[in-house]
Write a protein that binds this ligand. Sequence first.
Ligand code: 4NP
Length: 159
Amino acid sequence: MENVDKTRILFVCLGNICRSPAANGVMEQMVGEQGLQDKFLIDSAGTYGGHAGELPDPRMRVAASRRGYNLTHRSRKFREQDFHDFDMIIVMDGSNYENVARLAPERKYLDKVYRFVEFSKNHPNWSYVPDPYYEGHEGFELVLDILEDGCAELINRLK
Ligand code: 4NP
């Protein structure tokens, strides 16, 4: 199997158009820069499927591209099968956690679910990654700051 040696990571938020596709893009870029493509499989999904098929929110695409990240992920809905297909399911906030946990086939699968802020050590005041959807530009910048921090730490722990 092609992916058998890889750590399979799924980032999850609500719409899969702001936070989790940005995490997906940041993580892929950092993994690539460190030559670790063969060690990781990265994807993202949303617990709400209303944006399925869409590219990330244009505000997030612009903010990310200013930092050198090209976000091309197409939104998709989180599904029960993801508990089988991924080693780590990393959620952005408590509501995402509840929505994901509800789909776990058995309790033991909750061991695969992590909160992103467990890794973003330079942002101790944040107990979740805040939803930027109804925020201004600074909301997107804050999310990218937290994501860059956490993805760097995640790679350090796993490589
Ligand atoms: P995300 O942000 O969960 O970071 O992708 C949102 C995107 C869309 C909606 C809410 C949050 N929405 O309500 O459509």
